[in-house]
Unconditional design. Structure first.
Length: 230
């Protein structure tokens, strides 16, 4: 099945008055065979979709195909890999620890994403940039260490905060927000922040700053709306 995905790409454009070609481009896209068409937008309008809302960029349409799995799931793959991957039978596999779905071979249980990158060494991991284990497009996959893979994890379901890396802590009868960034077995902890909405946001921003320093491109960041109090 043919589908199209959106990929965020930053543009080095200094003119902030660039025209936003939205509906015309979509209409044009529907009638063209070439799928590498960009919608140029100001990311401040998409604060819920990008980690750097102050950047100007483009959403690029990428040619994508889907492979049907079991349990009503499907995997997204790059056009170049579709014919090869579709020659195998695949099933949906749920990782009970992370809660993520993956595509695994029905015969040898090998994961689709590892096959795409040619990974055979069990010590080498594959990281899904967007956190979606069924998005196996090549641009969404990268080789990673265990520490890097863990850095791109999602917020735990039982977290006391709406933000990744932030948690409620209590000393005696005083409650605060704190944040922590971990790499391997080393943990960097934040100072205490007031147990208020503003304090929770400060803790989330502290986490973002330290996560970038420690994990680099593998850091999964909190998305904080610009209109929220700091």
């Amino acid at each position: 099945m043919n589908r199209y995905s959106l990929k965020w790409t930053e543009l080095n454009i200094s003119n902030s008055n660039i025209i936003r070609i939205f509906v015309p481009l979509i209409n044009q896209f529907m009638f063209q065979q070439n799928t590498n068409i960009a919608l140029i937008v100001d990311a401040t309008s998409f604060t819920g979709l990008v980690d750097k809302p102050s950047m100007l960029g483009a959403f690029l349409f990428n040619n994508m195909k889907t492979i049907q799995l079991t349990r009503g799931k499907e995997a997204q793959v790059s056009d170049r890999d579709y014919e090869f991957l579709n020659s195998f039978k695949w099933q949906a596999h749920l990782n009970s620890t992370s809660g993520r779905w993956y595509a695994a071979s029905s015969t040898n249980k090998k994961f689709m994403h590892r096959l795409i990158l040619g990974i055979t060494d069990h010590k080498i991991l594959c990281d899904h940039k967007d956190g979606n284990g069924l998005n196996n497009q090549r641009e969404n996959l990268r080789i990673a260490t265990h520490s890097q893979n863990m850095a791109n994890r999602k917020k735990a379901k039982n977290s006391t905060s709406q933000y990744l890396g932030v948690h409620k802590t209590q000393r005696w009868s005083v409650v605060h927000w704190m944040a922590a960034v971990q790499r391997d077995k080393k943990v960097l902890r934040s100072p205490q922040f007031p147990f208020t909405s503003a304090g929770e946001i400060l803790a989330a921003k502290w986490y973002n700053e330290k996560a970038i320093l420690i994990h680099g491109e593998f850091a999964r960041l909190n998305i904080i709306k610009e209109n929220e109090p700091a």
